[in-house]
Design a protein around this ligand. Sequence first.
Ligand code: SF4
Length: 441
Amino acid sequence: MKTRLPKIYIDTLGCSKNTVDSEAFAAQARANDFIIVDHVEQADTLLINTCGFIDAAKQESIDHILSGVDLKEQGKLDRLMVMGCLSDRYASELKADIPEVDAYFGSSHTSIPEVLNALGGDFKKELLGERSLSTPRHFAYLKISEGCDNPCSFCAIPLMRGGHKSTPMEQLIKEAEMLRAKGVRELIVIGQDTTYYGLDLYGKRCLDELLLRLSDVGFDWIRLLYAYPAKFPSHILPVIRERENICSYIDMPLQHGSTEVLKSMRRGVTRNRLEDLISEIRSEVPGIRLRTTMIVGYPNETREHFEDLVDFIETVKFDRLGCFMYSQEDATTAFPLGDPVPVKEKQRRVRELMAAQEKISLEKNTTLVGTKQRVLIDRIENGTAWGRTIWDAPEVDNEVVLDSAVAGFNLAELKTGSFYTAEITDAEAFDLFGTVLALDE
Ligand code: SF4
């Protein structure tokens, strides 16, 4: 009797690295004639790609697994499978606590062949780098490495994704060319620490070479995320300055601004070093926009340390900033420090830090009112179009809310994934407003 090919819904949680892994799985699954469906209602197999980074993310993953168990108990699913960082880190606990799951697998960057085998398929080596995109067709992530060698005290990622492993440059260029051929216009370069690229494979940090070669592939925008401040490879700065299609933008999570807290976090930098690095980046690439991420409520963070952090962001004035509450993660080197800062106090510090950033963001966004900007349209819904400037990454940064009437563009003419020149007419702290003036392809 011919076995029925699985109809799989992939539920991807966590970071963009998980997104890339799920897309790689989808391409392999399709090559095995498995069917990838867009909604869980259409599926007989649910594959959840989990996140195990911090408490909130772990809870979200568990909630999704339990919803999957409900669907299975209602007879709406034949198979429930779980992979990713949470099941990599807590396999035995999950097996004991939620035995209704048919199979648990490790981190998604290593377990794709196993999952395929469990579904009666096999891994096709010749498809390495092939992806079935889940992002809007005009942008895609390029994961240039996996794992991390940095010793950050609060971070469990190396426990789940292993040590740093750069992907060979030729393979990345092939993958980028494939993405460009699929119509991708914005390539977003990711890894746990993108600035470490090549050191393990080629004995030197060669992100600059990689960016130059990616720039030749023909994308409109190439965006660099997850830079690491310690031993920052300044030789990438001229490449960013000179190549027009490399966004004048760097995402560099700094996690804190107080030297004492940075020391305990084992970040390998001091406040002064960070300020020097940021002014070097800004003088080497005039007009560059910097995004960062901070953690508040770290075990040894006193009120004074926190005020030092606020003073740091008010001094440096980041263009984009996100903030997380410290999450005590077992097996990390910070774990023995406990979690002494009460949740209420952590929440208050998040509010205070984001309130300080809100003022800075509004000040910076207001300077763009009256200017003309090239905007990439991400989506058009309910009579409004949303886009981004070259200084905004998808899903985390500002959006430009566009109306089109003024320039005689009727909204139906606007295309998602196309570039337009827009006049910025108004600004809020975390969004811009504008009018479409012309197509800018
Ligand atoms: S750089 Fe630090 S925070 Fe980032 S993944 Fe590596 S260890 Fe974790």
